[in-house]
Design a protein around this ligand. Structure first.
Ligand SMILES: NC(=O)c1ccc[n+]([C@@H]2O[C@H](COP(=O)([O-])OP(=O)(O)OC[C@H]3O[C@@H](n4cnc5c(N)ncnc54)[C@H](OP(=O)(O)O)[C@@H]3O)[C@@H](O)[C@H]2O)c1
Length: 331
């Protein structure tokens, strides 16, 4: 059974894995993940829930409303699943995405999300990005009103710095932060995680497999063959040179470590994230039943010290490779 941890000071208790829904928003917008079949998405959600996950993370911007609609459909008859969504990223008639945190707009967004999700109340409502940064205080007071009105159970932020969390903390308590965290992106260990631990802010970390790159299924050729509608090919630096070569080299070493531990590379990447006990949970993107089953076939997420040390060696080698390739670049 998957372990559950309390989310900050709220009464929500989350399994250490949550279901991520960015990719199931599909294509048709600037940050799509190429074509996605809706029935595959619904099957992925159902099998992840049946295998023990108790919460799902989504956002209006994923597929410009589409991911929330799929979540609403998939959760029909499953009222106990904890639903987290976000606000603050809007889109215009040209499908261009922009940040807006004005109170009137947030209220409109909340109503639209409740409708798409087919719920009367959202369990965790999060500000997606501190954008525009000058509006975060007003936005946070607005979210706290949603709690008083009973439309939202708990409120959190995503992609906020320590400074930004400090700015809003006196207005209303912050239940959770949603930051990026994985083998390639450990930056939050420096100041963000200590701050969250000290202030009892729950942490639901995203992209544990760096958008799939750490699953061991990628090669230069496969990335080259991705459609232009997959943002990873066109906009994600981890999938592009100068980082890509060093990243794939690291993934090769992760494959060996995973085999020794009798894990899949995807499971190893997630176990590395979960070894950090400051985290409440990590959000895992799954596009099919097979991906959900592959990840959730693991019974214990404890990572042994040898594996951890071998990963650290791989990380150090990657940094060295990147430094060398930078030094060799003609000036
Ligand atoms: N707050 C924010 O700003 C923010 C930002 C990013 C993400 N998030 C949230 O966090 C969630 C997770 O992050 P993420 O989706 O970016 O990245 P991720 O969880 O690191 O990777 C997910 C991708 O890995 C691939 N995959 C999944 N299981 C696999 C398996 N067993 N074997 C091989 N490949 C597998 C799938 O893509 P392919 O099959 O196409 O490779 C899947 O879409 C998102 O869905 C979203 O809910 C939030």
């Amino acid at each position: 059974m998957l372990e559950k941890r309390p989310l900050g000071s709220s009464d929500l208790s989350l399994t250490v894995l949550g279901i991520g829904t960015w990719a199931i928003g599909g294509s048709g917008w600037a940050y799509g993940w190429g074509a996605q079949n809706d029935s595959d998405s619904i099957q992925a959600i159902h099998s992840a829930l049946d295998l023990g996950i108790n919460w799902i993370d989504t956002a209006p911007v994923y597929g410009l409303g589409h991911a929330e609609e799929i979540v609403g459909k998939a959760l029909q008859g499953r009222p106990d699943v904890i639903v987290a969504t976000k606000c603050g990223l809007n889109w215009d008639s040209q499908k261009s995405v922009f940040g807006c945190l004005r109170p009137k707009n947030l209220r409109k967004e909340l109503e639209a999300s409740l409708k798409r999700l087919k719920r009367d109340c959202i369990d965790l409502y999060q500000i997606h990005w501190p954008d525009p940064a000058g509006e975060i205080e007003d936005a946070w007071s607005t979210l706290s009103k949603f709690v008083e009105e009973g439309k939202v159970r708990a409120i959190g932020v995503s992609n906020f710095s320590v400074k930004q969390m400090t700015r809003i903390a006196s207005i209303a308590p912050i239940t959770s932060l949603q930051p990026p965290y994985n083998i390639l992106r450990p930056e939050i260990e420096r100041d963000i995680l200590p701050h969250c631990q000290e202030h009892h802010i729950g942490v639901v970390a995203y992209s544990p497999m760096q958008c799939g790159l750490l699953t061991g299924t990628w090669t230069h050729k496969r990335i080259h063959q991705l459609p232009d509608t997959d943002w990873r090919k066109t906009k994600n630096p981890s999938f592009q040179e100068p980082e890509l070569g060093a990243n794939l080299q690291l993934v090769e070493s992760l494959k060996g470590i995973a085999e020794e531990e009798n894990l899949t590379p995807a499971q190893l990447a997630i176990a590395w994230v979960l070894r950090n006990k400051v985290l409440t949970s990590t959000i895992v993107g799954m596009r099919s039943k097979e991906q959900a089953e592959n990840i959730l076939s693991l019974k214990s997420w404890e990572l042994n010290m040898n594996a951890f040390q071998a990963i650290e060696t791989g990380i150090a080698q990657r940094i060295q490779t990147l430094k060398l390739s930078k030094a060799q670049k003609p000036q």
